[in-house]
Design a protein around this ligand. Structure first.
Ligand code: FES
Ligand SMILES: [Fe+2]
Length: 423
């Protein structure tokens, strides 16, 4: 059971909070590349870890991430002029480069030294596979980009789906991604979904069986996170095995495809905007084949509102269809992709759910391990050590192959962990 103090510790991410400091040790998504599509395009607002920021792309195409409020008198740089390798405040013309260097203060006398004494808050950015990644921690501790497949595989293997704004704390969302049992309930539908969601429908048909046969879950505790092995009895001879992985600091992975060792990973980042809202990024990552982009095309149909808000949302009760819920056609009654169904159950817990009121069962093992893992990562950081998932040595950083996933039907009694030894 999580205490009030632990719940506060795990959920608060502002500057100076323990979890906020932990998040600031990792590279996290700042914005999609397409949000700042070309040199000198308009800047965009974003909020990360309770900090108001603007992202822009300078004349050389380099991405930058600056504190939103101007260092002079705090006007918003969102309205700034993006010109000649810098973002210029429209109030008095101060101009900043992507490093936060003050390039010009045109309203000051020529002999003014003020620009040499001011450094605007700026965070380093790296652009990989359709995402602008940023690091918001101490400059002396910046780690290499991790060897995660969604970062190291070629661009044509990574399908960047949509970005969603969620109206609740990040940890509720992350716990949902790592709750391997809920798919058999929340996402169950009797018929394949329309509009290219056939795969979701097929997986959902399996979920019908899983619902009738409670699963068991085992765990591997790793140096990058936690792998869960969920096993569903199929019949007297066979067992269905599926892995989920939690990867530091805010990633949930599920398998895609039907082969034993999966052809693709579905990767979700839950990036805190602040303590009460969150940005979800979805990717499909193919190990050995190029993506046809169908995943992202399908996902983007459901996000057409400004600010990455969903059409079916908390304010309109996710347009729940009680008739289809009652008929059993849709278990949850929300005819949308998994991300909207996930949003319903996590957002309606409240902005920060009170975990002291939970009653956890055997089937909640994965999230119990996840919480323990995060608390131990906090302890490591507070002892002055690198938390898990930070790999400074290139050899140690070769962890991509450990992130293969399994969806397989195996004979009862077979050592299912062997399924991953071949990769
Ligand atoms: S407030 Fe930005 S230049 Fe004065
Ligand atoms: Fe889900």
């Amino acid at each position: 059971m999580v205490s009030i103090e632990e719940n506060e510790l795990l959920t608060r991410v502002g500057p100076g909070t323990p979890m906020g400091e932990l998040f600031r040790r990792y590279w996290i998504p700042a914005v999609l590349s397409e949000e700042i599509p070309e040199p000198d395009c308009p800047p965009v607002r974003t909020k990360l870890l309770c900090e108001d920021l603007v992202a822009f792309r300078d004349s050389q195409g380099r991405p930058g991430l600056l504190a939103e409020n101007c260092s002079h008198r705090r006007a918003s740089l969102f309205y700034g002029r993006n010109e000649e390798c810098g973002l210029r405040c429209i109030y008095h013309g101060w101009k900043y480069d992507i490093d936060g260097t003050v390039l010009e203060t045109p309203a000051e006398p020529a002999e003014s030294m003020i620009r040499h004494h001011v450094k605007h808050t700026a965070y380093p950015c790296r652009e990989v596979n359709g995402i602008i990644w940023t690091y918001m921690g101490p400059t002396e501790l910046v780690p290499p980009l991790p060897d995660y497949p969604w970062i190291t595989l070629p661009r044509d293997r990574v399908d960047v789906g949509s970005k969603f704004f969620l109206e609740c704390n990040w940890l509720q969302c992350l716990e949902g991604d790592n709750d391997s049992i809920h798919s058999a309930y929340l996402h169950f539908r009797q018929r394949p979904a329309r509009d290219g969601q056939q795969r979701a429908g097929r997986e959902s048909a399996d979920a019908g069986n899983w619902r009738r046969n409670p699963a068991t879950v085992d765990f591997d505790i790793n140096r990058w996170g936690v792998r869960a092995w969920t096993r569903y009895p199929i019949d007297d001879d066979r067992v269905f095995v599926r892995t989920n992985t939690f990867v530091m600091p805010c990633v949930g992975n599920t398998p895609r495809g039907r082969s034993d060792v999966n052809e693709a990973i579905h990767t979700i980042y839950q990036v805190p905007a602040d303590d009460y809202s969150n940005l979800r990024y979805d990717f499909e990552v193919y190990w050995d084949q190029t993506t046809d982009g169908s995943y992202s095309r399908q996902q983007r149909k459901e996000v057409t509102m400004p600010g990455f808000k969903k059409i079916m949302n908390l304010q309109n009760n996710y347009l729940i269809d009680r008739g289809r819920q009652k008929s059993g056609e849709l278990y949850c009654g929300i005819d949308a992709g998994n991300h909207t169904q996930d949003a319903c159950v996590t957002e309606t817990m409240g902005p920060i759910t009170d975990r002291t009121q939970e009653h956890l069962g055997v089937s909640d093992g994965h999230l119990i391990e996840l919480r323990k893992y995060l608390l131990s990562a906090l302890s490591l950081m507070q002892e002055g050590k690198d938390p898990p998932g930070i790999f400074r040595n290139p050899e140690e950083n070769k962890i991509g192959n450990f992130l293969h996933m399994v969806t397989a039907s195996v004979p009862r009694g077979k050592e299912y962990r062997d399924l991953l030894l071949t990769v």
